[in-house]
Design a protein around this ligand. Structure first.
Ligand SMILES: [Zn+2]
Ligand SMILES: [Zn+2]
Length: 310
């Protein structure tokens, strides 16, 4: 299961009623933050998921509206009681950028581990969340992220009974350990189902809707995508600046056959994104306009469901 919360929905500069776009995921007791623009920690405090259990921060790219909040957040983390390591993931150059920002941070009570990822690479975060990235298309290197929480194969009791495995040995097999039954070796794959699809979330911001991004997002339960421009007439600007319109984000969602779409990263020149929502819902009806505090849950059985009802 994955709980998702959008912390902010703004692009470029934070406004009094609009935090910069950042997203947090909660898997088990661990938190993972995607992007950290100025003021992200204020939005985090506002919505109350806490700081101490933050395990990783994933940066899409190095524009200030996505990274300038890191030093301040480190101070808050240092005072939260956090002592286990913090992983910071980002495109090539992350070590350099984070080192520069951390000149003003000082000593921290936890270790920082920096991991740079390139197009197509995969890693597993603390807490077992699998991350895969694709290079996007923006004004500088940018990564789109896909997060997968795998579902364990089902235990098949009828197979265990057919193989005459005593019940006391079932839990070992469920945990992936082979057992010896009267000198017969029984392996877990004999009593477990094929791998089952789990829960997945994709985040694509500050990128054009490229084929690589679409491929990465194929079938995710929830896609969180930028929609910097609502008006179709701004499409040439979106192309020029490496962003998307609402219609383009919805087309991406539709073609990648995702379960639901949250739009975010609204341009500062668009005070009322709601005016343009039909440009997205006309293409992909399961679209939500992002706002600070928008929450949803992705379960293995039901896929994406908004937390506050549709
Ligand atoms: Zn941005
Ligand atoms: Zn950018």
């Amino acid at each position: 299961m994955i709980d998702v919360m959008l912390l902010g929905n703004g692009a470029m500069v934070p406004l009094p009623d609009r935090y910069l776009s950042a997203t947090q995921l909660r898997v088990g007791s661990g938190l993972h933050l995607i992007d950290c623009g100025e003021g992200t920690q204020v939005a985090m405090r506002h919505h109350g998921w806490g700081f101490k259990r933050l395990q990783s921060i994933l940066l899409t790219h190095f524009h200030a509206d996505h990274v300038a909040g890191l030093p301040g957040l480190m101070h808050t983390l240092a005072h939260s009681g956090k002592t286990d390591r913090l992983t910071i993931v980002g495109p090539p150059g992350t070590y350099h950028i984070v080192s520069g920002l951390f000149v003003i941070v000082g000593q921290l009570p936890f270790e920082i581990y920096i991991q740079e990822l390139s197009d197509g690479e995969t890693t597993v975060l603390d807490g077992g969340v699998r991350v895969t990235v694709a290079e996007g298309q923006h004004r500088g290197p940018v990564l789109a992220y896909r997060f997968d929480v795998d579902r364990a194969p089902a235990f098949l009791p009828e197979e265990a009974e057919r193989l005459a495995v005593p019940k006391r040995m079932w839990s070992a097999l469920q945990k992936g350990v082979s057992v010896d039954v009267d000198s017969r070796l029984i392996t877990p794959d004999q009593v477990l189902s094929a791998p089952r699809s789990g829960a997945s979330v994709g985040v694509a911001t500050d990128t054009r809707p490229t084929e690589a991004v679409q491929g990465l997002m194929r079938g995710v339960d929830l896609l969180i995508s930028e929609g910097t421009y609502g008006d179709d007439e701004d499409q040439p600007k979106a192309v020029e600046r490496g962003h998307m319109t609402f219609r383009e984000a919805a087309t991406l969602a539709s073609e990648a056959e995702v379960g639901a779409l949250w739009l975010t990263h609204f341009g500062a020149g668009m005070p009322d994104p709601g005016k343009y929502v039909a440009n997205a819902t006309g293409v992909f009806p399961r679209t939500w306009l992002g706002y600070s505090g928008l929450q949803g849950t992705i379960t293995f059985d039901r896929g994406y469901a908004p937390s506050d009802g549709e």
